[in-house]
Design a binder for this molecule. Structure first.
Ligand SMILES: Cc1cc2nc3c(=O)[nH]c(=O)nc-3n(C[C@H](O)[C@H](O)[C@H](O)COP(=O)(O)OP(=O)(O)OC[C@H]3O[C@@H](n4cnc5c(N)ncnc54)[C@H](O)[C@@H]3O)c2cc1C
Length: 404
């Protein structure tokens, strides 16, 4: 009987364990997680959970009984400190576990402010784990002012939830526009207007110059443009970094993530990596994806490969973001785009922005338009590109473009 140990009991770790069992693996599975809570989904943390529209039990990926019934040894509140590759052991402060195959699903952590910026001051919050979300739930009170640093998806979702709870909200984005790193100008413009219509103040092109505080608690922020805002809460949404230290210390290859081959194997053939922490080959680069779809698909592929399949990871990435009553769905990766074709319905309720590199379709941002998302995905699966001239015409059914 062989032993699989999985380090990191999040979305990817839980899926790897579940899928291994589901595929008929009858060896030992040990799933170890540093957080003292059943494996849970993170997306609602910046959406329905903080808004109070979703209970904690609905965050859990599986009920506790599932792990017992499937003989998955769940070890929670336990941090793995070391991998001994020679002896094939992993070590925590209190116990060691032997493995035949090891899967690393250690996820990522929010970036902190560089240097000493804001250090030793209280009042800065992050949205990564359940503890963070519970803290925000507690302090989100109507009339308070929240300053959100970073206009990416997490920051903007945090802004929307804070507004729903009647806080005053300011979003400060250091680069020239919100969503600059991840989306085209058209998508940024849509979300800027959405937030402004919901009375969010958006500052773009300037970062934070300094915080003011009283007795060590932040009470104000000077922006680089000289403006000052009195604030009660600062939420930092300035990106995440993969948790690679364990792998790095064990001498595994790292490339902005734990480097894997197309099968999910690290530079040690008995160690695999999936989810936010893994960097895998995509075209001529190694990339990391920070999404539920990637965590699930990679883990399933690795589980199958451990059982002897010889599959390669060829994702068609998808992602979503909910802000107010707007649903954004993204299919594909827009890296390297040089043209956007927008399709806007008459009332501008549904909008989709289609990314091209020359004549090759790369990705679509579908805003309140699940049809555009579905059709975009089908084009990507087929390796085809929608006709750029017909695409903007809302009178033409998108599905018809698939056959043209
Ligand atoms: C607020 C928020 C909103 C999001 N919204 C969306 C969304 O709308 N759509 C979407 O697709 N994605 C979204 N994501 C991203 C998505 O949740 C992640 O991509 C996904 O959770 C990655 O899964 P993972 O298993 O790789 O990492 P995680 O879910 O982060 O799990 C990693 C786990 O490993 C544990 N761990 C790390 N090191 C050790 C160690 N040494 N020993 C033991 N345990 C360890 C960590 O404590 C953690 O519990 C969101 C993320 C956040 C935080």
């Amino acid at each position: 009987m062989s032993k699989v140990v999985i380090v990191g009991a999040g979305q990817a770790g839980s899926e790897a364990a579940t899928h291994l069992r589901g595929q008929g693996f009858d060896g030992e599975i040990t799933l170890i997680g540093a957080e003292n809570v059943l494996p849970y989904q993170r997306p609602p943390l910046s959406k329905k959970y903080v808004a109070g529209d979703m209970g904690k039990e609905r965050l859990y990926l599986k009920p506790e009984a599932f792990y017992h019934e499937n003989k998955i040894k769940l070890r929670l509140g336990l941090t793995v400190k070391k991998i001994n590759r020679i002896k094939k052991l992993i070590e925590t402060d209190s116990v060691t576990y032997e493995y035949d195959q090891l899967i690393l699903t250690t996820g990522s952590l929010p970036n902190q402010f560089p240097g000493n910026f804001g250090k030793n001051l209280s009042g800065i919050y992050y949205i990564r784990n359940l503890d963070d979300a519970d803290k925000l739930k507690e302090i989100f009170e109507p009339g308070k002012t929240a300053l959100i640093l970073g206009g990416g998806y997490i920051g903007l979702e945090g802004a929307a939830v804070a507004r729903l709870k009647d806080l005053n909200v300011i979003v400060v984005e250091k680069s020239k526009r919100i969503l600059n790193r991840v989306a085209c100008e058209q998508t940024s413009n849509y979300f800027r207007k959405l937030h402004q219509d919901n009375n969010v103040k958006i500052v773009e092109g300037y970062g934070v110059d300094r915080f003011t505080h009283q007795n060590g608690k932040i009470n104000g922020v000077f922006i680089e443009d000289g403006s000052f805002y009195a604030v009660d809460i600062v939420i930092a949404g300035i990106g995440i970094s993969p948790c690679t230290k364990l792998a790095e210390d064990a001498g595994l290859e790292i490339a902005n993530g734990i480097k894997t081959n197309k099968k999910g194997q690290t530079s040690d053939p008995c160690i695999w990596a999936a989810g936010d922490c893994s960097a895998f080959p995509f075209g001529d680069k190694y990339i990391r994806l920070e999404s539920v779809q990637n965590a699930i698909d990679q883990s399933q592929l690795i589980a199958k490969n451990i059982l002897g399949a010889n599959l390669e990871y060829k994702p068609i990435p998808w992602f979503w973001s909910d802000q107010y009553d707007v649903k954004l769905q993204i299919a594909g990766l827009n890296n390297g785009y040089n043209q956007i074709v927008s399709r806007i319905n008459k009332e501008a309720v549904s909008v989709s922005n289609w990314y091209y590199k020359d004549d090759t379709f790369l990705a679509v941002d579908a805003i309140n338009d699940s049809r555009a998302y579905m059709v975009g995905k089908r084009f990507l699966e087929a390796g085809k590109s929608p006709n750029k001239l017909k695409l903007p015409n809302p009178e033409i059914d998108l599905k018809d473009l698939l056959t043209q």
